[in-house]
Write a protein that binds this ligand. Structure first.
Ligand code: CA
Ligand code: CA
Length: 136
């Protein structure tokens, strides 16, 4: 008896989860990353939301396949992404690819982004800081 009640409880929860999922799918989503070129297999690797919720910083190979760079864009998708990292040497990336996560943090006041990249020499990873608004 108790077992079958648990079972129906489980199915009830599964049904509720499915309903919530359907709800989420039907909500209006907006793509935040910049458009990937049709011939580019672009991937968003990781992202963080700023402390004030105004913008999101993400790492993606948005412009060139397998060259992962840092971008900032308004959280509500109201503007185009701005690239934050400086020009990369060939083979340079924000973070190490085999980690499958990016390596950057937004400062607590949201003013700067710190990231790890082999930006100046391939495979030599150093730490960089950049204004979060993309200014120099
Ligand atoms: Ca890719
Ligand atoms: Ca590299």
């Amino acid at each position: 008896m108790a077992c079958s009640w648990k079972k129906s409880g489980y199915w009830l929860n599964a049904g509720l989860a499915a309903a919530l999922l359907l709800n989420a799918v039907s909500a209006q989503s907006r793509r935040l990353n910049g458009p990937f070129m049709p011939e580019t297999l672009g991937d968003v690797l990781d992202y963080l939301i700023s402390p004030d919720g105004a913008f999101v910083v993400y790492v993606a190979d948005q412009d060139t396949n397998d060259v992962y760079e840092l971008y900032r864009t308004p959280l509500d998708g109201s503007g185009a992404p701005v690239q934050l990292n400086s020009e990369m040497v060939e083979g340079g990336n924000v973070g190490e690819l085999f980690n499958f996560y990016a390596e950057f943090l937004i400062s607590p006041d949201g003013s700067r982004v710190v990231y790890r990249a082999d930006q100046e020499l391939d495979e030599r990873f150093e730490l960089y800081s950049v204004p979060a608004d993309g200014s120099s």
